[in-house]
Write a protein that binds this ligand. Sequence first.
Ligand code: C2E
Ligand code: MG
Ligand code: MG
Length: 568
Amino acid sequence: MLENSPITASVETLQAILNAIPNPVFLKDRQHRLVVVNDAMCALMGQTREQMLAQGDEPLPGEQRDVFWRIDDLVFESGQQHDNEEVLTDGSGSLRVILTRKRLIHLPTRDGEQPFIVAVISDITRIRESEARTLYLAEHDTLTGLANRSQLDERLRATIAAAASSGHQAALLMLDIDRFKDVNDQYGHPVGDQLLSIVAKRLVGLVRPTDTVARLGGDEFCIVQGGLHQPSGAYSLAQRILTAIARPISIGSLSVSVTTSIGIAIFPDDGTTPEALLKNADDALYAVKRGGRHGCRRAEGVAEPHGAPAWNIESDLREALKNGQLSLAFQPLAAAADGKTRGFEALVRWQHPTRGAIQPQEFIPVAESCGLIHELGAWMLREACAAAQKWPWPLQVAINVSPVQLESRELLMHVRDALASSGLPASRLELEVTESALLDHSGHVMEMFSQLKALGVSLALDDFGAGWSSLATLHSFQFDRIKIDQRFISHIESDARAVAIVRAVLSLAQTLNVPVTAEGIEDKAQFLALRKMGCTELQGFYLGAPQAQAKLPDALPWLPPAAAPEKR
Ligand code: C2E
Ligand code: MG
Ligand code: MG
């Protein structure tokens, strides 16, 4: 104790001491009321001491306040110190990652000694950002942003474990570019590097979000495909890769054509460990090389299927377009501020007469590689504009446009026709394009963007955030909206790296004055976190799943009561 100290503490003394501490500090009583805040705390929140003491935790979203109060109760009851990491919007509207350390103290009051919580905040935003960056670099290939060898190992192990427990199969595809050395020799390494980046983007566009694409070094790539029902799924992916990589690649004024060779190993038949699968896929790859390149084969000793997979998606898709097997689903896009529906994204659906529902991720890449995407895209534009024109509300409709469509001038004609035949004003149409469109054919695509903008339609950048490098693409064109890829959203509560990426996108978007949509919100916690972080618009199953036109509600807003913004 301070028996020898000349100090007799008063509230003013306490306040003066706390004000001298650079960290934000506050004291709370057993009723969760703020009773003391220091200057640093007021500065952090951009409020005066009087405002802070009067409002307490009032301005916080309900969910967050519940969490804080539960922690307060725990500290009061257990007497133990508690550290909690939180994401917080400071007084200037910036997001901060903070660590709040709470401890119990007893102080003399007018009513005798009472328990209080003293909380000290440390700003760890920079630490978390630099950790996220280090982690990212440790797991990714810097040239392409793909997984590197160490992440591949991890993902391969996890995929094998998941396949083993679910009774499914998994495939490892190993590929390399035929005569890549010639490209480097003929055009130089910078062109070689750009080619590898474009190949990487094309590969990412062909797989499901749950699959892994990795670059092992040089021109060697690997794909881990999980949840396979039969080996034909891997052959079908390999066929799509062969077609997609063979499409000419524009680099500056050059047009380069390359082919690829692919070796396939299937778990469990061709190996049950990562090492065995990697070796067998590699052997198969070299067998393709020996056999003349540009092809795929499975590990030695395994019966090969006869050529391509038994199911020909391409011819069935052609039929589907003619026979009305395709339809549209509409998913709401809600404004974060008031939860009102701002528009709907149109998504294509295919009900196959014998195979049931086929996922867009399965047939869109096939449509892209065989050219059917132009016809499919035109159909989507026509149908979606006509549907939107019939809505009782003047909302926007968003339609996905494939990078392949952007390469052709037909797209402009299809957009004009769809607007003219439906009578939908251009301002109600938004086109969603993915980042890969920008990397592939920049000059040409920029010209197309400008012409589309000149028609009066808006442009959104979809599935944004494949890699840190992609932040640069935001500067390349003035998009009307950015949609953050759902893979970050699904980890937003648990993964500081996802938080850091979303923060980075939001702050850049703020500078560029572009609204940001968070995709794939599946629960209330994600919804609250993203709204708090400053996303302007939200989309996901939590706010509404894609629905057929006939099932859209008669009256807006769409927002389910549970998701409605808190009333205060
Ligand atoms: P996208 O444009 O990013 O569309 C969002 C996808 O996420 C949709 O999948 C949607 O059903 C799904 N989704 C929405 N909310 C959630 C959620 O909360 N959780 C999860 N896990 N998923 C959610 P869908 O319909 O399977 O489409 C997949 C992709 O296929 C689309 O991704 C888009 O790139 C492409 N696609 C769909 N329709 C078309 C089309 O008409 N033309 C073109 N070119 N591509 C299309
Ligand atoms: Mg989309
Ligand atoms: Mg998307």
